[in-house]
Design a protein around this ligand. Structure first.
Ligand code: C5J
Length: 222
């Protein structure tokens, strides 16, 4: 692989050290009645990226490269939910409350599940995370170390919250990070654009960004 065409310059991909990380493509963020909707967001924006996320997942699987999924969720007894998070804002339903898809953002509930089109395959790692960043209070760092992964391609939602937070955590831990632009979304288009701009500014200060087609092209030759 010669590298992946990206901004602000070519991503120096090393296929043996590369994994795809799909952040929080859960019903709770993408369907009416879930966490995203309870905060007053237009969740239809999220469903629109499903085909591009799926193309990325399929290409990594076809190349034999790891796909890792994350889910933002909490234990049923709420012991990993800080009160500051539960009480924040004025949502119509709080984390842990019973909603139309089960308890909001609680592990094992129907609404917390990953969208069926993007469901993890047998053997793929699924990280349940109580925070916005996927390294905080999870086994993600150990999983990546064991697999010899040093580079991460990012997809998922939302761009400026869980995706960007995890990219920043990964960048500080020495991972090289590439964001797939059409495979990430925000409830606020201007926040997606700003997150992409700030990630790749100053010579890729947090990481690189690339078109899904350019990532697929490179992975096909991995
Ligand atoms: C949010 C996330 N937006 N997965 N979570 O609360 O980005």
């Amino acid at each position: 692989m010669a590298g992946i065409k990206a901004e602000p310059f070519t991503f120096p991909a090393r296929p043996r050290e590369l994994a795809l990380i799909v952040i929080d493509m859960q019903r709770d963020f993408a369907e009416p009645g879930g966490f995203g909707a309870s905060l007053g967001n237009d969740v239809s924006r999220i469903a629109r990226i499903v085909p591009d996320v799926k193309r990325l997942i399929e290409s990594f699987r076809a190349a034999g490269l790891p796909v890792i999924h994350t889910m933002e969720c909490h234990r049923p007894d709420l012991s990993d939910l800080p009160l500051s998070k539960r009480n924040r804002g004025n949502p119509s339903l709080r984390i842990g409350d019973e909603g139309p898809m089960g308890r909001i953002l609680i592990s094992g509930e129907p609404g917390t599940a990953i969208l069926p089109e993007l469901a993890p395959a047998d053997g793929e790692v699924v990280i349940e995370k109580p925070g916005k960043g996927a390294f905080y209070a999870t086994e993600l760092g150990d999983v990546l170390k064991k697999k010899g992964i040093t580079q991460l391609v990012f997809a998922g939602v939302t761009t400026e919250v869980c995706v960007q937070t995890t990219m920043r955590e990964a960048n500080d831990r020495g991972y090289e990070c590439l964001l797939a632009e059409e495979a990430t979304e925000s409830y606020f288009p201007e926040f997606k654009a700003a997150a992409i701009a700030m990630i790749r500014a100053q010579g890729a200060i947090v990481g690189w960004t690339a078109d899904v087609d350019d990532i697929l092209e490179a992975i096909a030759h991995a």
